[in-house]
Structure formats: structure tokens, C-alpha cells
Design a protein around this ligand. Structure first.
Ligand code: ATP
Ligand code: MG
Length: 142
């Protein structure tokens, strides 16, 4: 096991509902350290680039529309095995299928509007962090 960094997005639905603070509190209570944090309103181009892997999926247009409709909060989270730990804390993609007390169960509305994003591998975490925090100083480990 190793200390890792993963990438988190608090999606438009959760920011609109003013649950950003509650979600960040759960993240910190679960032992993550927030190493970078930013409030951004994604352009269509940025969203399409970020979700390029899903380009062929039938929900791609809907997903990019959703992710650009209002601002999101993006963060770099650090913890031992952070990639897996963050996905466990988020819960299943569909909030209806998520475990009790997970973020998507507590704050997600539907499979599309599911409150948060988490990287699915360490390799993708590095790519996603660089995509959104390129050129900015992400705090070094203490
Ligand atoms: P994320 O990548 O956001 O952390 P995930 O890895 O659990 O979520 P993916 O399969 O990567 O799920 O899907 C990316 C996102 O696309 C989902 O979080 C959700 O917002 C949206 N999505 C996935 N499946 C559907 C669907 N059937 N209908 C509408 N939107 C969907
Ligand atoms: Mg995914």
C-alpha cells in the first residue's frame, strides 16, 4: 500500500444543492488530505476533452451538457490507496445502487447526476490532475 493522489470533481448537481461543504467534510473525515482545490465553470471543450473516453457512449452529449451547466469544485485528494478509497467513499455510479453512507447515496440524484467524479486508476488520476491543475502549484506532501 502506498500514499496516492486521486482526482475529485464535485459535480454541478451537488454544487447547486449547496452540498459542497458537506461532501468536503466527509472527504476529510475519511482521512483524505486536500492537496489542491478549485471552483471552475467548465467550457464545452474542457468537458468533452475530459470525458473523451466516453465519446462513443450514448449519454456523452447529455454528460457534457450536465457538466457544463454550472460550476464544479475540483480537488486533488491524498491518502493511502487514494484511488480505490475515494471510489469506495463515492459509492456506485447509480446512487440507487450505492452502499449506505456513501456520497452518491447521500447526495446523488440519478445515474447521470451523481454528485461526484473519481479517477478509476492511478494512471488516469495523474492524467486528470494534470488536465485541470497543469501549470499551478499542487501542494507537496507534508
Ligand atoms: P465518474 O467517472 O464520474 O467517477 P463512474 O466512473 O462511476 O463515474 P463512468 O462509467 O465513468 O462512471 O461514467 C461517467 C459518468 O457518466 C457517470 O458518473 C455519470 O455521470 C455518467 N453516466 C454513466 N452512465 C450513464 C447513463 N447510463 N446515463 C447517463 N449518464 C451516465
Ligand atoms: Mg469513470
Amino acid at each position: 500500500m502506498a500514499i496516492e493522489r486521486t482526482f475529485c470533481i464535485i459535480k454541478p448537481d451537488a454544487v447547486e444543492k449547496k452540498t459542497t461543504g458537506a461532501i468536503l467534510a466527509k472527504i476529510e473525515a475519511a482521512g483524505f488530505t486536500i492537496r489542491a482545490l478549485k471552483y471552475v465553470h467548465m467550457s464545452r471543450e474542457t468537458a468533452e476533452g475530459f470525458y473523451a473516453i466516453h465519446k462513443a457512449r450514448p449519454f456523452f452529449g447529455e454528460l457534457c451538457e450536465f457538466m457544463t451547466r454550472s460550476p464544479v469544485v475540483i480537488a486533488v485528494l491524498e491518502k493511502e490507496s487514494a484511488v480505490a478509497a475515494w471510489r469506495t467513499l463515492m459509492g456506485a455510479t447509480d446512487p440507487a445502487k450505492a452502499e449506505p453512507d456513501t456520497i452518491r447515496k447521500l447526495f446523488g440524484a440519478s445515474v447521470g447526476e451523481n454528485a461526484t467524479h473519481g479517477s478509476d486508476s492511478l494512471e488516469n488520476a495523474k492524467i486528470e490532475i494534470a488536465y485541470f491543475f497543469a501549470g499551478s502549484k499542487v501542494a507537496p506532501s507534508a
